[in-house]
Design a protein around this ligand. Sequence first.
Ligand code: SIN
Ligand code: CO
Length: 385
Amino acid sequence: MQLADFDVDLFLRDYWQKRPLLIRNPWKAWRNPLEPDELAGLACEEGVESRLITRAGDRLTMESGPLPESRFAELGSGPWTLLVQAVDHHVPEVAALIEPFRFVPDWRIDDVMVSYATDGGGVGPHFDQYDVFLVQGLGKRRWRVGPRCDADTPLLPHEDLRLIADFEATGDWILEPGDILYVPPCFAHDGVAVSDDCMTYSVGFRAPSRAELIEGWSEHQADALAEDDRYADPDLTPQGNPGEITAASIDRLHAMVLEALSDRDGFARWFGLHASQPKYAEADWRPEEPIGEETVRALLAEGAPLCRNPASRFSFIRQAEGAVLLFVDGHCFDCMGDAASLAEGLCADSTLVVEPDLASSAPVVALIAALIDQGSLAFEDEDED
Ligand code: SIN
Ligand code: CO
């Protein structure tokens, strides 16, 4: 699905990670993909991350889900908002909202958070670390956007919320169904419902922090190092002051660290695994019994479509000679030839009918069986959400 009159190249050049942009209803025919009741239902489920924020005067209070069903009846007439994380994992129509934004690579996508608010409801002025497209689904919301913030931006004292102390808007818009506001990382923003039944879909991205990369990669490398892989100084000579750690020792120590972390191919493999770790382990489609390659072969021969678990993360990294490393939910598959073609196909589209010439290939059948058994893939209509 493509957005009408939306120039991707221009957007990436002038706005992506640079400045906010309001996009007035670019959808062919906007349809709100989720009913408020269904969202409330999800917020009551175990394993679904949700928050309820109520407002009394200027004071916002946050409660974490899962919420008891009775909570909604107690809310009264004051402003409140319910926010549910990763709704795309549960509702295919919400997952479809990501499609027009796939000019950004999949590994940068986090999830679609959905909010519901009564008139006056909102989460207060804040900034996030990540890019977001805020799609107005139902009702109206006033969005005010401010300047770029950082770790020094003063915050109001609050137990649960990081609210900006002196929010000053530089942009101010009322969003109606189908309108989209793009907000780059760290830009202040404040959305307040100006109607009842206000629903906003946040197509959110992620970007690894340097700290997360260093921590994860160095831990991975350290796990593989031998006990006796250690500093050694067979060339030791006496030094003037035994209290000194000499520059030569520091050079040698520093090199030990950099050498172990400089393995580019190893890093690629580790990063693929790291980036494809599922966000929530609960939404799993694992069959009770392994599917078996015979069944896979038979279903492929019938042309049965495969579909990806919407909670699964699929990515690939190209290797030499057409081979690829396929990463799915924290597992790595070395794929060549037909299996590499299948891997690329699975990464491109969330549903796939395997071409007849690939369907009879043994490595293709084996890869599909492995992905079905780990709960990342299913033949359509046979999934067990
Ligand atoms: C909301 O939908 O109310 C909040 C979204 C956000 O500010 O990130
Ligand atoms: Co935000």
